[in-house]
Design a protein around this ligand. Structure first.
Ligand code: ASP
Length: 337
């Protein structure tokens, strides 16, 4: 993501700031027991967005592969709301025993700066386990919208007096960040409609309740191919093999509007190192699976290489992302709370 574009885009936050739901603090986690037999029961991966969305899709594929490697069931629990901070809080406050994990996205890089009052520590509350994937986004709309190109959409947004609605998954969500960049690039506002995740946002987009969405290809590809939504651009410098007819944002008239969304796997702070190492190994095994790689490719993305699915690589990337966003958000002076 380009710093300058976001810096200029952040003032748009002021129109859409939502109050954070309060989160009840769980009891302080107790020390984990000896982990020699780990894992001996079902593991839960919390997705901080609703079911059916892109983070959910990626997590379910990864959970299946990890479960095979670990010899245990890995279930997915959706805890959506407040731009992903409710689900993240649930994991930061969970017992650090390797049985409750978080699979989150770029929000882990922006939340520490964007939210100043959280019930959990958005950096110190977690142990990184490994990166998972980096996913392009697509700008899409309800199929009946009176626009066939991105330039048509820009013109429509600018002249529509009743307002074009833009769906997102809350402040700090990928769809929120992409929406800011889009509105800045076209220099026109849209009315924001927040959801607990872009799974339900997609349902409403198809039904026509909302007009426009920018979301990861892991959620949009099948709907684009089925003709259930209109697509205007992919947010990458090159076209995607999975959607070869879709122009890039630069080709469609918005050069520089580029963004990809990274995902990583986390455990609560204090999870024993051998457990983190075992989980990282299981993540690498899941990502190395050929059918997962094919499924990812079909959804416009690919698994990270094994050396990036490690705690050290994830930590370095995450810290760099926090450092990238902090001055941008602070300079703009616009916060979620
Ligand atoms: N793609 C969503 C976002 O805008 C989240 C999701 O439902 O996965 O961040």
């Amino acid at each position: 993501m380009h710093r300058r574009s976001l810096l200029a885009a952040l003032p748009l936050l002021s129109a859409g700031l939502a109050a954070l739901a309060s989160v009840t603090l769980a009891l302080a986690p107790t020390a984990a027991r000896a982990q020699g037999d780990y894992p001996s029961r079902t593991i839960t991966i919390v997705v901080p967005f609703a079911a059916g969305g892109p983070t959910d899709t990626v997590t379910r594929l990864v959970a299946e592969g990890m479960g095979r490697d670990l010899g245990q069931t890995v279930v997915v629990e959706n805890v959506g709301g407040a731009g992903g901070t409710l689900g993240a809080a649930r994991v930061a406050q969970a017992r650090p025993d390797g049985y409750t994990l978080l699979l989150h996205h770029i929000g882990m890089g922006t939340t520490p700066s964007l939210y100043r009052r959280l019930s959990y520590d958005p950096v110190g509350g977690f142990e990184p386990i490994g990166l998972v994937t980096e996913v392009p986004m697509t700008i899409i709309a309800n199929k009946d919208i009176a626009a066939n190109t991105l330039q048509d959409l820009v013109a429509l947004v600018k002249r529509d007096t009743t307002g074009i609605n833009y769906a997102n998954a809350g402040i700090g969500a990928a769809s929120h960040l992409c929406g800011l960049l889009l509105q800045k690039a076209i220099d026109a506002p849209m009315t924001t409609v927040p959801y607990r995740g872009t799974g339900p946002a997609m349902t409403d987009l198809i039904a026509g309740t909302v007009d426009v969405l920018c979301d990861q290809t892991t959620n949009t590809t099948s709907h684009i191919r089925a003709g259930a939504v209109k697509v205007f651009a992919v947010t990458t410098p090159q076209r995607l093999p999975s959607l070869p007819d879709v122009p890039t944002t630069a080709e469609a008239g918005l050069p520089g509007m580029e963004v990809t969304i990274w995902h990583g796997l986390y455990a609560p702070k204090g999870t024993p190192a051998p457990v983190i190492a075992r989980l990282s190994k299981a993540l690498q095994a899941a990502l190395a699976n050929e059918s997962l790689a094919r499924r990812f490719q079909d959804l416009g993305t690919e698994p990270v290489a094994a050396e990036r699915a490690t705690p050290a690589a994830h930590k370095a990337f995450w810290e760099a992302d926090i450092a990238k966003w902090r001055p941008v958000i602070e300079a703009a002076g616009q916060y979620a709370d």
